[in-house]
Write a protein that binds this ligand. Structure first.
Ligand code: NCD
Length: 309
């Protein structure tokens, strides 16, 4: 059993910088050395998704196959939930069918609460508008790959602009939790209307990144896009808190002209209208590459939690 992550990955809040760097380096090994695939590990992964998923579920499945494991995919539509079984009883049952579980649930805190008394290694695959730790790690890995010198020499400043539903996006919450270990990364937020962050998040960013509180949140009219090395876009979380608002910033060809030549545009996906498809071929757009990175990061996490390293 792996002590480093204490057998669970529920949040990025308690990860140390050393642990994070270890994850990045192991992920890089998986990506760079195809012979590292096919580890021949013998385990069964339970994908327990109570909310829709394309990337997280399938990339865990692929990561599992590459390590030599098997997968059981829970399908809520065809389950006994339709006979009135509770979500708790359902997960409690699934635990009997494998060795490690990825659990995604629409209720914030559900994964953590379930995990408290559970011995099985559990990975939070996204809990409501709470957290999404493996997404944050693959996002950080994508930044690491594109700005290697920043991580090795730690000499310069990296500017990140995070755009979208800052209040409800779990990928943003977890990303901010991992970025806190890199005070030379400076963070600005460009929230959609009524999706502004809690004040506590702004205070934390100011403290951890040595920035002024009043210098963190921008709106699209006073934001200088040419300053950023990373622009991290997200969609409006319509299914969580209503979709009556529109997104107030759309990244299209015209806006891309203002963006640095060597910047990267990230998005956890799925995208809605916030990124125009006309920019997909721009080499600064790395959102589909992020997906590929997700498989390698998830191989690392599975391996660690199963105690193979
Ligand atoms: C995100 C999620 O489910 O939180 N997608 C993902 O896992 N790649 C982002 C979202 O739903 O907006």
């Amino acid at each position: 059993m792996n002590r480093m992550l204490n057998n669970k990955l529920l949040s990025c809040k308690n990860l140390s910088k050393n642990q994070i760097m270890k994850i990045l380096r192991r992920t890089e090994e998986f990506e760079k050395k195809p012979s590292f695939n096919n580890q021949g590990y013998n385990f069964t992964l339970i994908n327990a998704f109570f909310e829709p998923s394309t990337r997280t579920m399938l990339s865990f499945q692929q990561a599992c196959y590459r390590l030599g494991g098997r997968v059981i995919n829970f399908n809520k539509e065809f389950s006994s939930i339709n006979k009135g079984e509770s979500h708790y009883d359902t997960v409690k049952s699934l635990v009997n069918y494998g060795d490690i579980m990825v659990l995604r649930h629409p209720e914030r805190g559900f994964v953590e609460k379930f995990s408290e008394k559970e011995k099985m290694p559990i990975i939070n695959g996204g809990d409501g508008d709470g957290e999404h730790p493996t997404q944050a790690l693959l996002d950080l890995y994508t930044i690491y790959k594109n700005f290697k010198s920043f991580f090795t020499e730690n000499a310069h400043i990296l500017n990140i602009l995070i755009v979208g539903d800052i209040r409800h996006s779990r990928t943003i919450h977890s990303l901010i939790d991992v970025l806190k270990h890199y005070p030379r990364i400076k963070i600005n937020l460009l929230p959609y209307e009524n999706r502004e962050p809690q004040y506590e998040m702004i205070e934390n960013i100011a403290r951890e990144h040595n920035q002024f509180v009043e210098d963190i949140v921008y709106d699209k009219n006073n934001c200088d896009y040419s300053k950023y090395d990373v622009i991290y876009m997200t969609r409006l979380q319509k299914e969580r808190h209503g979709g009556t608002q529109n997104v107030n910033f759309i990244l299209n060809k015209q806006e891309m002209e203002k963006v640095k030549k060597d910047a990267i545009i990230m998005h956890p996906l799925p995208r809605n209208e916030e990124i125009a498809t006309e920019i997909d071929d721009d080499e600064r757009c790395v959102y589909f590459d992020q997906m590929k990175n997700g498989v390698f990061v998830r191989m690392t996490i599975l391996e660690m939690l199963l105690g193979y390293t």
